[in-house]
Design a protein around this ligand. Structure first.
Ligand SMILES: CC(C)(COP(=O)(O)OP(=O)(O)OC[C@H]1O[C@@H](n2cnc3c(N)ncnc32)[C@H](O)[C@@H]1OP(=O)(O)O)[C@@H](O)C(=O)NCCC(=O)NCCS
Length: 148
């Protein structure tokens, strides 16, 4: 299996955005428009990744940099590539970005009813650190490096 990670530049995102909207439109926990996908955030175009399996687009992790952490805003594996360990590989690449850039942690929010994703993150070493006031989103984190 040939696995390739490609950094998402804004122009690559522009090329793929309609396809991403199409692929994600039935996902019940996020409803991202073109503007969401193309929004500029600190460090977004240096830390977000597409994954390709045998030259086929298999998923994305849209990230940004905040307070010495990589924040995952949207993590998604194309349906036909799920349950083969592709999500695990993409998450491992995000973790490796945290390490290479000498950052402290990986942080994300996950809907409390997205059980499959919660299991996936917890199996991959993230831990729940917070529940928001509306009790809708957990914050999950993986600490890589202690704060100085
Ligand atoms: C949650 C999500 C990212 C997981 O991605 P994935 O690629 O399916 O994850 P993995 O394949 O790494 O792991 C999932 C399952 O595959 C199994 N698996 C891992 N490697 C495998 C392999 N080589 N062969 C067969 N099964 C494998 C894992 O054990 C796991 O099974 P389990 O749930 O029965 O324990 C994916 O389901 C997804 O994109 N969901 C929709 C979007 C979403 O919820 N995003 C998160 C928003 S916060």
């Amino acid at each position: 299996m040939d696995i390739r990670f490609v950094k998402i530049s804004k122009s690559k995102m522009e090329d793929l955005v309609e396809y991403l909207i199409h692929e994600t439109k039935n996902f019940e926990f996020e409803d991202w428009s073109r503007d969401n996908f193309l929004l500029d955030l600190p460090g977004k175009w240096e830390s977000s990744l597409f994954i390709y399996i045998n030259d086929q687009f298999a998923g994305f992790s849209i990230n940004s940099l905040k307070c010495k952490s990589i924040h995952i805003h949207y993590f998604f594996i194309i349906r036909k590539f799920r349950n083969f360990g592709v999500g695990k590989l993409l998450l491992a690449e995000c973790i490796s970005l945290v390490q290479k850039r000498n950052l402290q942690k990986l942080v994300l929010k996950c809907h409390v009813k997205n059980f499959k994703a919660l299991e996936f993150y917890i199996r991959n070493s993230l831990a729940i650190t917070n529940l928001d006031e509306s009790r809708t989103y957990y914050t999950l984190e993986l600490k890589i490096k202690e704060m100085n």
